[in-house]
Design a protein around this ligand. Sequence first.
Ligand SMILES: NC(=O)C[C@H](N)C(=O)O
Length: 332
Amino acid sequence: MTKLRSLLLYFYIAVKKIKLYWKVMEPIILVHGGAGDTPLSRIQEKFDGNRKSVEAGYKVLQNGGSALDAVEAAVRVMEDDGIFNAGYGSVLNLEGEVEMDASVMIGSTLEAGAITVVKDIANPISLARLVMEKTPHLLLAGAGANKFAEEQGIPRLSPGQLVTPYARSILEEFKKQKGINTKKIPGGGGTVGAVAIDKNGHLAAATSTGGMNGKMVGRSSDTSLIGSGTYADDNIGAVSTTGHGETIARYCLAHAILKTMQYENKSADEATKETLKKMTAKLHNTAGAITISKDGEVGIGFTTDRMSWAYRKGNQYHYGIEPDQDFTKELE
Ligand SMILES: NC(=O)C[C@H](N)C(=O)O
């Protein structure tokens, strides 16, 4: 009997050690569809878009795919949707054009890629990934980034193909209101982002945006800046942010959230909410963020009126858009 007991104990310790060595994680994909004053009429469409995005990302993770592949797949779905301010549906600059920013980062090696002020491509997030994987650089801008896209075989769309009637209408509204109101996010946000942890415990983050409605031509946003819009580190967590870009960039928001987790021993949710509150108190402007910690904790926060978000962990699907909202669904 004692022999059997010590054998069982031995087996238990061995399994624990193996698990520690090959960190087997429950995969999670968490997405956002932008922080801002989303009109009530667009809430359901945002929920639908976030659900499709989570489905795409989770499928990758379920099949044993990497966090990087999952966040790219999730963001691509939202870039194609039309309801979000990214890819098709991006807000317009003062001259009525779409100029997009995106960034991606992997937590295992801290490799990252970004693009800014890019025109006429469907999926900026995939171009950011190519910058990471195929160039010695971190960030490509404007005409150079578009040239690289062509070299990589990414089709160039015709001018105006990414412009939706909604984007055109809010630019008109913005122009009527005369000029850039730096304290508000004109156009109600809608940037998209995703963070994921895969079964090997690796993290990745991705963010994509059309920027700000009525922005100056050539304006580049926080979404293209590693540390502001996007950050991932397997030793801490992964973050994607959204909101007033100039404020997020000055606060290095994504990195600030992770440092709060690392040095102040806060959970992903505490760090996300508290860092956002501190940023808003100091810089008097608003934002939102989503976070996954290295242990698979989820963090969601925003100081804007709304931010649509959704995640899947196992068979649990969670989503919301208002403060403190958390709808839960049990999936098959
Ligand atoms: N809604 C957003 O997230 C906008 C983006 N952060 C920007 O400033 O361009």
